[in-house]
Design a protein around this ligand. Structure first.
Ligand code: AMP
Ligand code: GLY
Length: 419
């Protein structure tokens, strides 16, 4: 089979490395991919949002299966267009991807179907939002409705911060049209858990749980990033919590989407907080998480491509999806300065004998050498019998990889070891 994967980050590299293990796979194309991915797939210079060119490429190259990984093309309807052209896909249609594309939609869905989430109000008028702010407890959480490159969520620790967040999002349109509407919601506390799941709209199979580390610096300090590291499984996600999530969150979400005529097929990501009052949904994503994928897929024992095809064919109930009992840790090596200003074009050196898997996110290849080209450069993932060993193995290899101004957190998974 010839496969096409849309996207260009570490998540896509992890997906590609995994599907390569399937003996049915012939060629894998990455659109656009990156310098590191080019070792494992044929990179084609078509952007993740360039849906018309993706469709043309898929048809011309007789692609048997397309995997649409990032949020933008999913929300813009890449799967719909590819399917119209006869290409089988993994990923939700546009009308289901709205579960990530509109936070107002997601919150209203949860309210309508009694799915536990933070209390909230939505606003399309900044004056009314500012009036409402006078009545809410602080901290409070302000969210732009649409996609905002992962930056559309502001935790306001003072009333002034809340007021300026509303003004920036709604009046200054800091995130463009994504800020035409906003959600103001209750600030929740508790450990966070990411649960990715496979679903074909009838069956839902949660993957092994994971924990992201979003802040740039150790001890969860510094700015919010796309994710500086992950571990799996997440120790806060006990069997009891998993059971509660299945009954109160996962199945009800799938049923709710069906009732709304928005059947979700693909990977549905539940961003959860285990609050003192039980698990609640912080956010839904319509795709694999990044860098969650870089720890979840290395623990997957069942063939990924087979699961994805079964999902597309609505035959997920026939799959026996197994994860290993081991643990995984991914440490992100980033460019110093990320998520703000950072330099690029620095040569990456790494020995060939690393025991970890390396998933490249931001690098280009020139004359056979890799050079940094993005904020998050690569993930170093190790799998071991215990989380402690996985963390140690990843950090051993992190120390062997070098590029100018490299930055990484030294405490990925640390708070999970002595629970
Ligand atoms: P993201 O949506 O990925 O930008 O992440 C936003 C982050 O903000 C989450 O991972 C949480 O840590 C935090 N967050 C979002 N909503 C809430 C909430 N209602 N209460 C507390 N923290 C929140
Ligand atoms: N790691 C969070 C996300 O993929 O949105």
């Amino acid at each position: 089979m010839d496969i096409m994967v849309i996207g260009s980050g570490g998540r896509e590299h992890a997906i590609i490395k995994k599907i390569k293990q399937n003996p049915k796979v012939n060629k894998i194309y990455a659109l656009p991919g990156n310098g590191g991915i080019s070792v494992d797939a044929i990179c084609v210079d078509i952007g993740a949002k360039d849906i018309q060119k993706q469709v043309k490429f898929a048809v011309e190259n007789k692609i048997d299966f397309a995997i649409v990984a990032p949020d933008d093309p999913l929300v813009l309807g890449a799967v719909d267009e590819l399917e119209k052209a006869g290409i089988k896909c993994f990923g939700p249609n546009k009308n289901a991807a709205i579960i990530e594309g509109s936070k107002v939609f997601a919150k209203n869905l949860m309210k309508k179907y009694n799915i536990p989430t933070a209390k909230y109000c939505t606003f399309s008028d900044s004056k009314k939002a500012l009036e409402y702010l006078e009545t809410v407890p602080i901290p409070t959480v302000i969210k732009a409705d649409g996609l905002a490159l992962g930056k559309g969520v502001i935790i306001a620790n003072t009333k002034e911060e809340a007021v300026s967040a509303v003004k920036e999002i709604m009046e200054d349109r800091k995130f463009g049209e994504s800020g035409a509407n906003i959600v103001i919601e209750e600030f929740l506390t508790g450990p966070e858990v990411s649960v990715l799941s496979f679903t074909d709209g009838k069956t839902i199979i949660p993957m092994v749980s994971s924990m992201d580390h979003k802040r740039a610096l150790d001890h969860d300090e510094g700015l919010n990033t796309g994710g500086m590291g992950t571990i799996a499984p997440n120790p806060y996600y006990t069997e009891e919590v998993a059971k509660e999530c299945m009954e109160k969150i996962f199945k009800p979400t799938i049923d709710a989407m069906n009732k709304e005529n928005r059947t979700f097929k693909g990977c549905l990501y539940f961003g959860l907080m285990i609050t003192p009052k039980g698990p609640k949904v912080i956010e839904y994503n319509c795709r694999f998480g990044d860098p969650e994928t870089q720890v979840v897929l290395p623990l997957l024992e069942t063939d990924l491509l087979d699961i994805m095809i079964a999902t597309a064919d609505e035959k997920l109930s026939q799959m026996d999806v197994k994860f290993s009992n081991k643990s995984a840790c991914a440490v992100i090596m980033a460019s110093g300065g990320y998520p703000l200003k950072y330099g690029t074009g620095y040569k990456i050196t790494m020995p060939k004998d690393l025991t970890s898997e390396i998933y490249i996110a931001g690098a280009k290849k020139e004359n056979g050498e890799l050079y940094t080209s993005g904020g998050r450069v690569l993930a170093v993932t190790s799998v071991a019998d215990t989380l402690k060993e996985a963390i140690e193995k990843s950090y051993e290899d992190v120390k062997k990889i070098d590029f100018k101004d490299k930055h990484y957190r030294k405490d990925i998974g640390a708070k999970c070891i002595n629970l």
